[in-house]
Design a protein around this ligand. Structure first.
Ligand SMILES: Cc1ncc(COP(=O)(O)O)c(C=O)c1O
Length: 347
């Protein structure tokens, strides 16, 4: 099977598995796992923040950020196409009494500053209104095809946030894809946000783990929230060791995933009955539509699966294919051939 449903299917490298067996361990709830401590220090440095905390998942990292930034009854401005809003089970409302205010997501993954301004209460002293406690942005933006938020946009967002006293959290699950694709260091991207989460378990290929980074006082509070959510882990150095390998040796190679995505998009653009905007593909996510008669996205995904290509339905009639370390150029060539065959068989 050519697995393109997600970069979360990446398996740990041989070096990760080896480091996992040799890592010095301790009880991380006591702060005494040396490998977790090493990873947290390295992670904080890699995104230019004073402190970082290892979380079991990106979902918990985002949730902890919202719970720390926003008081009960406050609201969080989120993109209507964001992972936080769509795929994280409403955790901020369930656990924190926080209201999600969805803001339209633009095709480039941004939230328009005017839309954010419109979500602010007309009179913050009027007790009718829930007060905004946080803006969340996603970079790269998954449902907008892996788009990278531009530094120009992030500058505007930072000014808006400062003017209105609302902090910014970046769901940077794929922040290193953004850094590699744009050539802007992750720390410069993250400088626009008060807090940032990124995943070790996607393109970076670690089996488990995400990092929540920010100011020291923020991370200290997030650690307490992590414990409250059941995410305090004991000998977590077992998988933190893979995270260290991810950060020290897997970042630059994300460019290979981006090259495969570009190859895929270019190949799909030549298939009659497939619509893809190859120019918008800059990282490792390719979104496309089937316009051929006799196929919809569901029947396409089923037929491709039967031929050995796993891709996912992605809403609004779109199909998502994600490139990662488990694929080679020959797999992409084969994937394009399978897509062409599915379309041909249906017409
Ligand atoms: C943009 C984005 N944010 C957050 C997450 C959540 O990460 P996790 O699956 O580790 O909870 C994902 C997972 O796919 C994601 O794509």
């Amino acid at each position: 099977m050519i697995e393109m449903r997600s970069d979360t299917f990446t398996l740990p490298t041989a070096r990760m598995l080896s480091e996992m067996t040799r890592a010095p361990l301790g009880d991380d709830v006591y702060g005494e796992d040396p490998t977790v401590n090493e990873l947290e220090e390295l992670a904080a440095k890699s995104v230019g923040k004073p402190a970082a905390c290892l979380m079991p998942s990106g979902t918990m990292a985002n949730l902890a950020a919202m719970l720390v930034h926003v008081p009960r009854g406050g609201k969080v401005l989120v993109g209507n196409e964001s992972d936080i809003y769509l795929y994280e089970a409403g955790g901020a409302s369930v656990c924190g009494g926080i209201v999600y205010e969805p803001v339209p997501t633009q095709p480039d993954g941004t939230l328009a500053i005017d839309d954010l301004a419109a979500a602010l209460p007309p009179d913050p002293d009027d007790p009718q209104f829930a007060l905004p406690g946080l803006v969340c942005v996603e970079n790269t933006h998954n449902r907008m095809g892996g788009r990278v938020l531009s530094q120009g946009y992030l500058d505007q967002l930072r000014s808006f946030a400062t003017d209105h006293g609302v902090p910014v959290h970046m769901d940077g699950a794929r922040i290193f894809n953004a850094a590699v694709a744009s050539g802007v260091p992750a720390a410069e991207i993250a400088a626009h946000a008060d807090s940032l989460q990124f995943c070790l378990s996607k393109g970076l290929s670690a089996p488990i783990g995400s990092i929540l980074a920010g100011e020291t006082a923020f991370v200290d509070r997030a650690r307490r929230v992590r414990k409250m959510l059941g995410g305090g882990m004991r000998q977590a150095g077992v998988f933190a060791a893979a995270g260290v390998v991810a950060l020290t040796s897997m970042v630059d190679r994300l460019a290979e995933d981006h090259a495969l995505a570009a190859q895929l998009a270019a190949g799909l653009a030549d298939v009659d009955g497939i619509d893809v905007d190859a120019n918008s593909v800059t990282t490792n996510i390719v979104l496309f539509r089937v316009s051929a008669d006799g196929l919809d996205e569901k029947s396409f995904v089923d037929a491709a699966g039967k031929r050995g290509l796993a891709v996912g339905e992605f809403g609004h009639g779109r199909i998502r294919a994600v490139t990662h370390r488990g694929l080679a150029s020959a797999d992409i060539t084969r994937a394009v051939a399978i897509v062409a065959d599915v379309v041909r068989a249906a017409s």
